[in-house]
Design a protein around this ligand. Structure first.
Ligand code: PMT
Length: 403
């Protein structure tokens, strides 16, 4: 593996010599980029001697740029690790700044980046640093947790750079995961390129009057992730979205609806062009028998009200009954007996596949993570809890293989 090691200003910079040695010993190739701050703590020559490559330190060095510019350097690496990563570097990466070679390379790469922060304990716990860390994690950076203990500044607390051996092991693990991820994407592309997916997402709102409605807690995140992954895998995706506040994933055609009846009508006009239909929406089973034209008033003495509800069409069951039906994947949101109830919906709605998920106290709805149990007539598999994006990848792999 080709590792680009970024070293920033901090007393822990000397530990990165040992990290370089471990990587070289394990057969990896290492190139080192140092910031100006790093060179205040350690001589570039030490890294050059260990890595066998001249250390890169300037964005504007004509000699070095001619040999290997920052873009080539970014392309060269299979993996970037910044150890130590100073508070300043975390802030610059968060802002997407490119005012030195290291931050420019990080901006110009699609390779995995691991950060091993090291700083004074108060700098680490500062809200600004913690917010930077959270945002970088959300953007896909891997952040190692600093160690706790005595610090070079004399204080005791969290902020020490993890030991080189731990960083090295985390690097190996990250590379393994990156490789598995790449394999998963090439499999997904093989299965979905050129296929057509129709997916419903989010809740439906059933109006009582112009200001009130019956709705549910679905955020649309699960269905939007499915649409996103399928589009990234090369499928033609139509997403029918209930009322949610999510951005449309790139490359996805989106049709917004409000009620179950509207969702049904759009599905009826689109299902026949789809190879696969995924019903991830939390469709209201019932709607008010009448939606009032004017706001219902609270009359004096009125202590009770009865709202008459009528059944909505079962959209997914309707699709599954059509002669030219696509491969039909339903969802089952349950608070108890999750798998049993899902299995009975698989049968009663004549679905090809169903994804059971637990909802309720901090589960399923609204959250960014989930755990799905995918069930067909003769197979069942559970994906361990992970982001809804990861669940969507796993689900589309299962579904793609089945049809
Ligand atoms: O949107 P999030 O916040 O990310 O949450 C995701 C989720 C929990 C909403 C999602 O993962 C999920 O489980 N969606 C289906 C929820 C649901 O309504 O389940 P159900 O058991 O009521 O319905 C079973 C299946 O029938 C579903 O595929 C549903 O879309 C479909 N259905 C239900 C009623 C109806 N009238 N028409 C339908 O098509």
């Amino acid at each position: 593996m080709k590792i680009l090691l970024g070293v920033t200003g901090g007393i822990a910079a000397y530990k990165s010599l040992e990290l370089t040695r471990l990587c070289i010993k394990a057969g990896h190739e290492v190139q080192v980029v140092m910031t100006a701050g790093a060179k205040e703590f350690i001589q570039p020559l030490s890294f050059q001697a260990l890595s066998g490559h001249p250390v890169r330190d300037s964005l504007f060095d004509a000699n070095q740029e001619a040999g290997m510019g920052h873009i080539e350097l970014a392309r060269w690496a299979d993996q970037i690790v910044i150890a130590p990563a100073s508070a300043e570097t975390l802030a610059k990466l968060r802002l997407g700044r490119a005012d030195d070679l290291l931050t420019t390379v990080c901006l110009a790469t699609d390779r995995p980046i691991m950060l091993a922060p090291a700083m004074n304990r108060l700098m680490w716990s500062n809200q600004a640093t913690q917010e930077n860390v959270e945002l970088l994690k959300q953007r896909g950076f891997t952040l190692l947790q600093p160690d706790s203990g005595e610090q070079a500044c004399g204080e005791v607390g969290e902020g020490r750079m993890p030991e080189p051996q731990s960083i090295f092991e985390a690097l190996q693990e990250l590379q393994k995961r990156h490789f598995e991820n790449q394999q998963a994407w090439s499999k997904l592309k093989e299965l979905w390129t050129g296929k057509s997916l129709l997916v419903t997402a989010g809740p439906t709102y059933e109006d009582i009057d112009p200001v009130r409605f019956i709705g549910n807690r679905s955020s649309g995140k699960m269905g939007f992730s499915i649409a996103d992954v399928a589009a990234k895998a090369g499928a033609k995706v139509t997403l029918i979205a209930g009322p949610v506040s999510l951005a449309t994933p790139s490359g996805v055609e989106r049709i917004d609806v409000r009620s179950a009846q509207q969702m049904f009508e759009v599905v009826q006009t689109h299902y026949a062009q789809a190879d696969c239909f995924v019903g991830a929406a939390a469709v209201a089973d019932f709607r008010p028998a009448q939606s009032q034209q004017q706001k219902i008033k609270k009359r004096a003495g009125l202590e009770q009200m009865t709202l008459e509800l009528v059944k909505n069409p079962d959209i997914i069951a309707w699709v599954a009954q059509q002669d030219n039906k696509p491969f039909v994947v339903g969802f089952a949101a349950e608070t108890e007996n999750v798998v049993d109830y899902a299995r009975s919906k698989l049968k009663s709605k004549h679905l090809d596949m169903i994804c059971a998920n637990q909802v309720g106290e901090n589960q399923g709805f609204e959250r960014d993570d989930n755990s799905l149990t995918v069930i067909t007539a003769n197979h069942q598999t559970t994906f361990p809890n992970s982001s809804k994006f990861q669940q969507a990848m796993a689900l589309l792999q299962e579904a793609g293989q089945k049809f």
